[in-house]
Structure formats: structure tokens, C-alpha cells
Design a protein around this ligand. Structure first.
Ligand code: TRP
Length: 448
């Protein structure tokens, strides 16, 4: 419950906030595009297996570290360290996560800014301002600057209000709104010509591809990115959960929501691509692979919306608003990582810390925007391909090798008395000790 450092007021509050962090552009954009470029349903199957068998155990490790420590990532990890060497190691891991969250926000804010601009474009068209509409979707420094600033300001606004009044309240408002938009869009797209062909590509697995190393590794990377692992964020969210909650089931519920929303997003995006094809939009690249990533979201889908006529304007608003909301519930958690660190370790006032750190990260985004070609991809690679897996792996190492087993069991038992007799406690400790670190190390080495 809410103590002096704040906390989620209810179980639902945590679920919405953690699912809000997890469900983001990674689910609605990343997952469907990865699915499209990795052969459809085979990727989906592998993703489901890995999300539950590897990402969920690693996620449990992070939220348990937080609830045990009742503090930001660095302090929480240091609480379970026994000597000066471990304490230094704890600092490196915790602070590494905090930096990683900040770096992710610096590029995520730019992308989310594009989403806001694309939401505004059909509105500009509706009021008959075609020049404004063109400006909104053309890549320019000014546009990027304005919309990133707008998005980061929203993030700062929510985080400055604290855990209950900011994160929890807004996650509870925005998540249902996002889900409603998603369901309406799916319902509409599935009625259009070509959608059933897309469904077939999405849901009918080509089993021969399922063990392709590239597919497995992309699926694992996607699952870790999607659960926001390795960024200190789930540690801090874990620290706001009441000691009377059952962590095993809370963690499972958040994972289930995250995976389900990724799956639903696939039901929207992949059929939409085939509908676009039926309308004459090119959806395959020269080498025969499906167009994905930025071309998909900023070229294929907008051409589809355009081909729908008047109703397409509203579909476009709905779609890009969905993306913006999903990004916002994730970005607030990215800012909470560094802010909670500054508040608890350096006694900064929350509002001040949110503004200073938010502006600092925005200034870094401005540097990225000014050197877009060289920096944008680099920051994404550094933070998501290197930073996240390394920190996530080290968190598992902490739980598996440094945290005393008795103390760990006591923490899980709090809110779940009978956990010792169940399946979770038989399997999970070995998982965090051996299986997760090894699997993450494999993904990491592959990305080199
Ligand atoms: N999970 C988010 C998504 O799917 C992205 C993400 C990665 C993230 N790392 C994070 C969000 C850290 C918050 C904090 O889009």
C-alpha cells in the first residue's frame, strides 16, 4: 500500500501500470512487423513459448528484487548484496538499467512524436488544411522537435504527479482506451477484402521454419523488449507493490496481457497489409519479403487508409492515437526509472527531478535528431540490443547466485503462503540461476 515513498493503491493499479509499461510500440508495431518478416505464425508460436518460458521468469526476478528492496533499482540490488564487491556490482547493474531506460526514452520519444503528428494529419485534412497535413507527415527537424517536445511534456506531467496520482491513475485511464481502439480497428479491418488471406498468413504456421536460429533469436529479443526487462523499470514498479500481493500470479497476469495485446495487434496489422494489397498497395519488397518496420507503418498503412476514402481519415486517427497511447504508458515507466533514483538517492523533490531529468533526456533526443542518420540507429542498438539483455541477465544472476535462497523464498511467500509446494518454486529458481542467463547470453552473442 501507499507508504511515504508512494505505491500502487490496488492490485489492478499495478497490473495496469506494469502492463502499460510492457505494452507499447514493441507490441503494436514491433511484434507484427517481426512476425511479417519471420514467416508469420511460426514466429508467433515461438514467441508465445519463449515469452512464458523465459521472459516471464526473468520478469519475476525483476519485480521480486524491487518488492524485496522497497526502493529504486540500485538501492534494491544493494540491499541483497553481502560485501563491498557485490555492492559495487549492484550499483553497476542498477545504474546501468537506469541509464538504459533514459536512452530508450530518448529515441522512443522521437518515434512517439511521429505518432502524434500522424494522428494530427487526418485531423488537418478534415478541417481542409492540406498544407498542414503535408507538413505533419513530412520528415523535418522542426516537426520532430515540436512533437517530441510535446510527447516528453506529457510524460513529465504524469510522472511529476507521483505513483498513485500519476502512473496508476493514467494507466488505468489509458489502457482500457487503448484496448477499445484496438478491438474496434480489428473488427473493422477484418470485414474488408483481403483480410482473410492475411489471417491465414498470420495464423497458419509453417512448422519447417520454427527452429530457424534467426527466428528463435528474434522472438526471444522481442519478448524481452516487450516486457521492458533490463531497464530498472520493473524493479521500481515491483517496489510499489504491497507485501500482501501474490507475486507469482501478478507477474503471470501482466505477461498474459502483454502477450495477448501483441497477438491482437497482429490480428490488426497483418490482415491490414493484405487488405492494402487487395487495394493495389505494394506490400512485398523486391526480394519477395514483406515490407516491414517504418515502411509498413508510415507508407503501407497510410496508403491503405487513403484508399478507404472518408472513413479512412477516422481509421487513421484511431490507429495513430492507439500507437500514441501505447507509447505514453510505456514512456512514463522509462522516466520513472531515473526519477525514482534521483528522488531516493539524491533527495531531489519528485516534481523537480521529473522536470530536470525529462528535459535532460529531451535535450539528448535533440542531439539525436540533429544527427539522425548516425545516432538514431546507434542509440536503439546500444540500448535495446546490448544494454537490455546484459542488465536483464545480470538481474537473473543476482537473484540466482547472490540472493540467499531462504530470503528469496520468504519474499515470494509474502502474499503467497503455499508457494513452496507449488510448481513455480520447483522450477523457477533453477531457471533464473541457469536457463535465463544462458538464453540471454545466447541472444546477446548472436546480436554481436
Ligand atoms: N515494452 C515496451 C514496448 O513494448 C518497450 C520497452 C522496452 C520499455 N524497454 C522498456 C518500456 C523500458 C518501458 C521501459 O514498446
Amino acid at each position: 500500500m501507499a507508504g511515504s515513498r508512494g505505491g500502487f493503491s490496488s492490485r489492478l493499479g499495478f497490473i495496469m501500470a506494469a502492463a502499460g509499461s510492457a505494452v507499447g510500440l514493441g507490441n503494436i508495431w514491433g511484434f507484427p512487423t517481426q512476425t511479417a518478416s519471420n514467416g508469420g505464425a511460426a514466429f508467433v508460436l515461438m514467441y508465445l513459448v519463449l515469452a512464458f518460458c523465459l521472459a516471464y521468469p526473468a520478469f519475476m526476478a525483476e519485480i521480486l528484487i524491487g518488492r524485496y528492496g522497497q526502493a529504486n533499482a540500485v538501492t534494491a540490488l544493494q540491499k541483497m548484496s553481502k560485501n563491498i564487491f557485490q555492492k559495487r556490482f549492484a550499483f553497476v547493474v542498477g545504474f546501468g538499467g537506469v541509464i538504459c531506460a533514459g536512452l530508450i526514452l530518448s529515441f522512443y520519444g522521437i518515434v512517439a512524436g511521429w505518432m502524434i503528428a500522424h494522428t494530427a494529419e487526418p485531423v488537418a485534412k478534415l478541417i481542409g488544411s492540406d498544407d498542414a497535413a503535408n507538413w505533419l507527415v513530412a520528415f523535418s527537424f522542426e516537426r520532430n522537435l515540436i512533437f517530441t517536445a510535446l510527447f516528453v511534456s506529457l510524460t513529465i506531467f504524469i510522472i511529476s504527479r507521483g505513483v498513485e496520482e500519476g502512473i496508476e491513475k493514467w494507466s488505468k485511464r489509458l489502457m482500457p482506451l487503448m484496448l477499445t481502439l484496438l478491438l474496434i480497428l480489428i473488427g473493422y479491418v477484418l470485414t474488408l477484402d483481403g483480410a482473410s488471406e492475411g489471417l491465414e498468413a498470420y495464423l497458419n504456421p509453417d512448422f519447417s521454419r520454427i527452429f530457424e536460429p534467426d527466428l528463435v533469436l528474434s522472438a526471444l529479443g522481442q519478448a524481452f523488449f516487450s516486457l521492458s526487462l533490463g531497464t530498472s523499470v520493473m524493479i521500481i514498479y515491483g517496489s510499489y507493490i504491497s507485501k500482501s500481493e501474490n507475486m507469482v500470479s501478478l507477474g503471470a497476469q501482466v505477461t498474459l496481457i502483454d502477450v495477448s495485446i501483441a497477438f491482437l495487434a497482429g490480428l490488426l496489422i497483418i490482415p491490414a497489409m493484405y487488405v492494402a494489397q487487395a487495394q493495389g498497395v505494394e506490400i512485398f519488397a523486391a526480394d519477395g519479403s514483406l515490407l516491414s518496420e517504418d515502411t509498413l507503418v508510415f507508407t503501407v498503412l497510410p496508403s491503405l487508409f487513403e484508399s478507404m476514402g472518408g472513413v479512412g481519415l477516422f481509421v487513421a486517427i484511431g490507429f495513430f492515437a492507439l500507437m500514441t497511447i501505447a507509447a505514453l504508458t510505456s514512456s512514463i515507466s522509462m522516466l520513472e526509472g531515473p526519477v525514482s533514483y534521483a528522488v531516493e538517492r539524491h533527495n531531489m523533490e519528485r516534481k523537480k527531478a521529473s522536470i530536470f531529468i525529462g528535459i535532460g533526456i529531451f535535450l539528448f533526443s535533440v542531439i539525436i535528431m540533429s544527427n539522425f542518420e548516425s545516432l538514431f540507429g546507434l542509440v536503439i542498438t546500444l540500448s535495446t540490443k546490448y544494454g537490455q539483455p546484459i542488465v536483464a541477465m545480470l538481474c537473473c544472476v543476482f537473484v540466482g547466485w547472490i540472493w540467499q535462497r531462504n530470503s528469496l523464498l520468504e519474499e515470494i511467500k509474502s502474499g503467497n503462503e503455499s508457494v513452496e509446494d507449488g510448481f513455480f518454486w520447483k522450477i523457477w529458481p533453477v531457471y533464473t540461476k541457469v536457463v535465463c542467463p544462458t538464453a540471454i547470453a545466447m541472444v546477446f552473442l548472436h546480436s554481436l
